[in-house]
Design a protein around this ligand. Structure first.
Ligand code: NAI
Length: 346
């Protein structure tokens, strides 16, 4: 698709839930050269609210019907994870550029099928929502590594902890649609970051987990807290802790240890720069959740998607990143479920 300089990219969004509604507001108001032309959700009230609040002209409860709207240039997917692969393939086949939320897929076979579909449509932009790569701190750490600031990166340690306060909203999310479990749903961001920072793929995984405060998560065959130890190529290492039961808030922390130094991001996950001093002592509040902590990254990743379409180039996050992170996340899940050390096959 050849675009002139002033052309606005017309987007149709599917999924108007916890994250999709935020993406809708960003697409409608915060992304240059972009128009949110259509929204789709199985919940009609969400469609009506988006049309009314955001001034979106077209609303659908049927995804395939939205794909027949020939005013659209791109499809933005923020539906539950189990729908991503099919919806990506349908949108590519209909000729659209596609942005999909993570994870690419919940199963390796479907992720590989999407990869083939992306390869079959080389003139369409495909991007996956690994937004942390667009967070200013994470991007700065990557620049430091590339500039040699810590020598050769050899170990990545990640904490991905969701606030305990969000447990009711998580249970609603997980019970209405299968999320893939702790490793494919949550740790997937950290698995992608580790591959990105280490420049290496995983070889073996050992993962463990348990549900101590919310035993009902075991009925969903999931864990409330889990940990994975990953051996990467070249004797590089990854340590991943994921939890949905973080008492103090949303704690996303990453450390990259190199041969000549280390980098830490988000060690104290403060909400802002304010210290409240009172009879309890000194209180630094914690970020409350993903929408707050990664507000800027959710905007910047979409700015990049729209730029790629307008400038006829491809984003740095590729479908292969989606495939490799699903392969690794699935190996973590298998190890957690079987108690075995799992070899990662690429
Ligand atoms: P949610 O359950 O809150 O919302 C899902 C939305 O999709 C709802 O509007 C629902 O009505 C709609 N929907 C369900 N089935 C549909 C179908 N067949 N066709 C059209 N619409 C359908 O889920 P949430 O939390 O917004 O997550 C959506 C996706 O975003 C998930 O894949 C999740 O993994 C991802 N996500 C990514 C985050 C990130 O940090 N990048 C953070 C949170 C979620």
């Amino acid at each position: 698709m050849q675009l002139n300089d002033n052309k606005r990219i017309s987007v149709g969004l599917v999924g108007l839930g916890r994250l999709g509604r935020q993406h809708a507001e960003n697409l409608a108001f915060r992304i240059p050269h972009c128009t949110l032309t259509a929204v789709c959700s199985v919940k009609e009230e969400e469609v009506e609210a988006a049309k009314r609040d955001l001034g979106v002209p077209y609303g659908y409860t049927d995804y395939e019907e939205m794909l027949r709207n020939n005013e659209l240039d791109a499809i933005f997917i923020a539906s539950p994870s189990g729908f991503h692969c099919k919806q990506i393939e349908q949108a590519l086949a209909a000729g659209f550029h596609v942005f999909s939320e993570k994870p690419l897929g919940l199963y390796i076979e479907e992720a590989l099928r999407v990869q083939e579909a992306v390869i079959r449509h080389p003139n369409q932009v495909f991007m996956l929502g690994f937004m942390r790569r667009y967070d200013r701190s994470y991007a700065y750490a990557k620049q430091q590594i590339e500039a040699g600031a810590i020598g050769e990166p050899v170990l990545v340690r990640c904490y991905g902890l969701d606030p305990a306060q969000a447990m009711p909203s998580f249970l609603q999310f997980a019970k209405s649609n299968y999320s893939g479990g702790l490793f494919l749903d949550m740790a997937i961001h950290d698995l992608d970051l580790a591959r990105w920072y280490l420049g290496a793929e995983a070889e073996t995984v050992w993962a463990i987990g348990g549900s101590h405060r919310y035993p009902e998560l075991e009925q969903l065959e999931d864990a409330e807290t889990g940990a994975a130890l990953v051996q990467f190529e070249g004797k590089k290492m990854g340590i991943f802790v994921a939890s949905r039961n973080c008492a103090h808030g949303y704690h996303i922390e990453t450390e990259i240890i190199g041969t000549h130094g280390s980098l830490r991001i988000g060690t104290i996950p403060e909400k802002n720069q304010v210290a409240l001093m009172d009879d309890r002592g000194i209180v630094r509040e914690c970020a409350s959740g993903f929408l707050e902590r990664f507000e800027q990254a959710y905007v910047d990743e979409v700015i990049e998607f729209i730029r790629c379409i307008r400038e006829d180039r491809k984003p740095e996050v590729t479908v292969a990143d989606g495939v490799q992170s699903t392969i690794l996340g699935y190996a973590c899940k298998q190890s957690f479920e079987t108690g075995q050390l799992v070899a990662v096959h690429h």
